[in-house]
Structures are given as C-alpha cells and as structure tokens.
Design a protein around this ligand. Structure first.
Ligand code: C2E
Ligand code: MG
Ligand code: MG
Ligand code: MG
Length: 280
C-alpha cells in the first residue's frame, strides 16, 4: 500500500518537474532566437532633479516581446539570460541601442541627456567588457560623459581588486558609474569609498513604505547623508507618491526615478517629454 502511494507521489512530483522544465526550455529556446528575430526593445525612464524638477537623465530598460510567450518581464528572462550566458550578447545589444538612441535624440535637437545602462553579473565578469564599451562608444559616436553604467553591490564585493581595476579603466574612458539597488547587497558605505563611482541608487524597497515605516525613513536618510559625504549623486528608485517626493526633498536627496514622474516609455514618448521640457 505504502509502495503504491509512494509511486503515485513520485509520478505527481516528476510530472510537475517536467512541466516546469518544459516551460523553462520554451523560454530558453525562444530567448536564444530573440535577438535575430528582433524581439527586444528598450523602454526609457526619466530621472528627475528633486530641486528643479527637471529631467537629468534616463535609464534604458530591456523589454522582450515574443510571439508565443507575449511580453516577458525582465525579472523572468534576465536570470535565464544570465544562467545561459546569453546576457553578454544581449547586454552588448542594449548598450549599443541605447547609445544610438542617445545620439539620435541629440541629432533631433533635443538637449544632451545622461543615459544609464544596466550591466549584468556575467557581463561584468566577462573579460571583454572594457573592449566592448570602448568599441560601442567608437561605433555609435556616443559622448562617453553621457553614458552611465549601473552595477550592483554583488558584482564588486566578489572580487574587489579586479572590480577596482575594471571600474577605474571604465572611468578612464570618461564613462560614469552607478551602484544600483543600493542597500540590498552586502557592501557597506565604508567600502564604497574604494570604488570610483559617481552615483548611488537607493533601492525601491526602502522607498516603498517611506510614508509609514520609520525604519525605512532612517535607512534612507542615512544612505542619502553618507552618499553626500562621499560626494556621490544620490537617486531614489521607485518613487510613486508626492509624500515620498517631499520626504526625499527634505533629506536633500539629489534625484528621483519612479512612476510618480514617469513610467518607462517608448523612445518617441521620452523624446516628447524631453522636448516639452526644452520648450519651458
Ligand atoms: P533596475 O535596474 O533597478 O530598474 C528599475 C526597475 O524598477 C524597472 O523594472 C522599472 O520599471 C521599475 N520601476 C521604476 N519605477 C518604479 C515605480 O515607481 N514603481 C515600481 N513598482 N517599479 C518601478 P524592470 O524594467 O522590470 O526591470 C527590472 C530589473 O531588470 C532592473 O532593475 C534590472 O535589474 C533588470 N534589467 C532591466 N533591463 C536590463 C538590461 O538591459 N540589462 C540587465 N542586465 N538588466 C536589466
Ligand atoms: Mg538599473
Ligand atoms: Mg534598481
Ligand atoms: Mg532592481
């Protein structure tokens, strides 16, 4: 009897696993063809100066639309792209496309704008990163001073000596560096002083409940204050309400990014936002 049950359990378990495996394989095989099928696009989200309310920069965010799977969230496909190594190729496409877009906006007469691009763990570990960035800047004619690469704490605490060397070399190209999702990793603000970074992005998880959570308020204020001590530009991520904006202004946070000002939008929509601002 027990044996029977065990067998049934096993069958249930193994069919569950195989449906998960199938889903993953479907995602992976579609992801492998996504670049050649031109299924990727970039959405652009503004960063805004908290004092003046003006747009200071924009972050390029990857979007994937597949015929079979529909729109797939980066939270779902980026980890698969990381595991398979596909992200290195995809990441190069992202950087090049974002730079070409930036150059195109300036040719249209829009004001120069800082363009932030996310780097993945695998890209950061790839020995060709510096050569890739150098080549993309040359191919696109992008002004290096307008490019900002976003990395996360996890990428730099892993191998500190290599990270400092690589980041210093990237800085020497004239490119800016930001720490994304700050506060969620294992680095400390004390460690940050050893890295040649320009910008600190306070993770959305601290911003979300700012109105009600006194601990989040304390953590956010501390990150802003210490970021300033290190002469970094501090950006709050995921700002959705006027209350959050007010608190961040009071704490003299430099910039905000979030749905309160704008969601990530298509290139034309972002150009319209930027054009409207130029007119005022
Ligand atoms: P991230 O770099 O921290 O980007 C911010 C994420 O927060 C974006 O999600 C953005 O749409 C979302 N967001 C912005 N403002 C708000 C807000 O007010 N409320 C809420 N609820 N969300 C907000 P998205 O585009 O889904 O990207 C998620 C993550 O995927 C990114 O987090 C980044 O880690 C990764 N990612 C996106 N594009 C790329 C890429 O081109 N390369 C790599 N390596 N990673 C990427
Ligand atoms: Mg980012
Ligand atoms: Mg972030
Ligand atoms: Mg994030």
């Amino acid at each position: 009897h027990a044996k029977e049950e065990g067998k049934n359990n096993f069958q249930f378990y193994s069919s569950e696993i195989s449906s998960q495996t199938l889903e993953r394989l479907t995602l992976e095989s579609n992801l492998r063809r996504a670049l050649e099928r031109q299924e990727f696009s970039l959405a652009y989200q503004a960063k805004v100066d908290l004092k003046s309310g003006r747009i200071t920069g924009v972050e390029a965010l990857l979007r994937w639309h597949n015929a079979e799977l529909g729109a797939v969230s980066p939270a779902t496909f980026i980890p698969v792209a990381e595991e398979t190594g596909l992200i290195v190729h995809i990441g190069r496409w992202v950087m090049k496309t974002a730079c070409l877009q930036n150059v195109a906006w300036q040719k249209q007469g829009l004001p120069p704008i800082n363009m932030a691009v996310n780097l993945s763990v695998r890209q950061f570990a790839d020995e060709h990163l510096l050569a890739d960035v150098t080549a993309i800047l040359a191919e696109t004619g992008m002004n290096p001073a307008l490019l900002e690469l976003e990395i996360t704490e996890g990428m730099i605490v892993h191998n500190v000596d290599r990270a400092i060397k690589l980041l210093t070399a990237i800085k020497q190209l004239g490119v800016r560096l930001a720490i994304d999702d700050f506060g969620t990793g294992y680095s400390s603000l004390g460690q940050l002083k050893n890295f040649p970074i320009d910008t600190l992005k306070v993770d959305r998880s601290f911003i979300r409940d700012l109105a009600t959570d006194s601990e989040d308020k304390a953590i956010t204020s501390a990150i802003i204050a210490m970021g300033k001590t290190l002469s970094l530009t501090v950006v709050a991520e995921g700002v959705e309400t006027a209350e959050q904006q007010t608190f961040l202004r009071e704490q003299a946070c430099d910039e905000m990014q979030g749905y309160y000002f704008s969601k990530p939008v298509a290139p034309d929509e972002f150009a319209a936002l930027l054009g409207k601002e130029k007119a005022t």
